[in-house]
Design a protein. Structure first.
Length: 405
């Protein structure tokens, strides 16, 4: 067992190994965009059913977030992270084995429950707990490692699919998820149950704390911004390759565009903490040009332009979702699980609605028209950020008036 005097070193190791898990997380999330066209053909899906697999992932995440809210202060975050990663690995392997679409949907639900729900929320909250003094830098770095996984794995999976089919891609993702979890698991076992500096046992969640969170207008505006920012981000990722394959007839450019998006998304997440200014100001200023880029790219009809636009969208808007998550969680040091879960719940509400909405719109009109929803989602996200900034400016004035009276 590592003695308490080496607590700072252990925190550093836990921080780095937590970030490594995000590569496995990104690998799992990259599978469906890569194999979506093959699964649609394999199971003869049409209309809104084309988006049902992604919606089941988000439904599983929503179920996890709602049902596990009261775990705060009762279960160690590190244990939840390890269990969620290991079960996700098993579920992915089952998808690769199965040829039954109902079972596959059930597995996607479980993937969402353990990976999108439990792991995502607890991993983000854990990083904030480990590094309370500079949480923006570390939360964005955490998602930066997610971006590294996101830029590497689509190309690897596309090559693997040529030799193994879509089933082999799920086996490979299961292996990557398992291996990325091992260092964190080993460090947690060695550290034992020591109370490390910077990691406090959370207070148990109460009805009063829940009411206070939702009565805060700033929190509600943040959740709206998260909904639209994640809706734009996830729709771009999920449908990009399918759009460039079926509409632009350029599957190779589709894989390049997705990887390029993650390259610049990752760059954004490591770069933005070093740019001066309030996180929400940086978020709003990044989303406004993203609206213009996305609109121009999707109207161009050019695969090469879409690659360039994906780079620009990643650079300007790639830091958006983790910035919002940190903005909400950092105010609740010592009780970060609940706000992290609510933010991620907002993300998965968007993730559950958008795939079916896009698939249905593509069926009724065309994918070329349906995909134009992305810049509108980015526009609503930027407007929500602007509203939040105005709210922040009014709040201190209201407090000073109350104090003077």
């Amino acid at each position: 067992m590592i003695p308490i005097t080496s607590g700072t070193k252990v925190i550093r190791h836990l921080t780095h190994s937590s970030m490594l898990i995000r590569i496995g997380h990104a690998a799992v999330m990259a599978v469906l965009p890569v194999v979506l066209s093959d699964l649609i053909l394999e199971f003869s899906l049409s209309g809104g059913r084309e988006g049902i697999m992604s919606s089941f992932i988000s439904l599983g995440a929503l179920t996890a977030l709602v049902s596990s809210i009261f775990l705060q202060g009762r279960v160690r975050k590190s244990l939840v992270i390890i269990v969620a990663c290991l079960i996700t690995s098993v579920v992915l392997a089952i998808i690769g084995i199965s040829r039954n679409f109902t079972l596959i949907l059930t597995c996607f639900f479980l993937q969402g429950f353990f990976l999108g729900g439990l792991l995502d929320a607890y991993n983000n909250a854990y990083i904030v707990d480990l590094n309370p003094g500079n949480s923006e830098r570390y939360v964005l770095a955490l998602h930066g490692w997610f971006g590294i996984g996101g830029l590497i794995t689509p190309v690897i999976f596309l090559q693997a699919m040529l030799h193994t089919g879509w089933q082999g891609v799920f086996y490979l993702a299961a292996l990557i998820m398992f291996l990325s979890t091992l260092p964190f698991t080993i460090i947690c076992i060695k550290a034992g149950k020591e109370t490390l500096p910077g990691i406090k046992v959370e207070t148990k969640l109460t009805i009063v704390a829940i009411k206070e969170f939702f009565l805060n207008k700033g929190n509600l505006i943040l959740l709206v911004a998260v909904f639209f920012a994640f809706a734009a981000h996830s729709t771009h990722i999920l449908w990009l390759i399918h759009y460039m394959t079926t509409v632009l007839n350029s599957p190779d450019y589709g894989a390049i565009a997705l990887s390029c998006y993650w390259v610049f998304c990752t760059t954004s997440r490591f770069l933005v903490p070093h740019i001066p200014g309030k996180p929400m100001l940086k978020f709003t200023l990044g989303m406004f040009p993203s609206v213009i880029f996305l609109t121009f790219g999707l109207l161009s009809g050019s695969p090469l332009v879409m690659v360039i636009i994906s780079c620009l969208y990643g650079l300007f808007g790639g830091h958006g979702v983790p910035s919002l998550l940190n903005e909400c969680a950092r105010k609740y040091h010592g009780a970060t699980t609940f706000p992290s879960m609510i933010v991620i719940l907002s993300m998965h509400v968007a993730g559950m609605i958008m795939p079916v909405l896009i698939a249905t719109a593509a069926w009724r009109f065309s994918l070329q028209n349906a995909i134009l929803l992305i810049p509108f989602l980015a526009l609503f996200a930027s407007l929500s950020g602007l509203v939040f900034l105005f709210h922040q400016r009014r709040e201190p004035r209201a407090e000073s008036k109350a104090a003077s009276s």
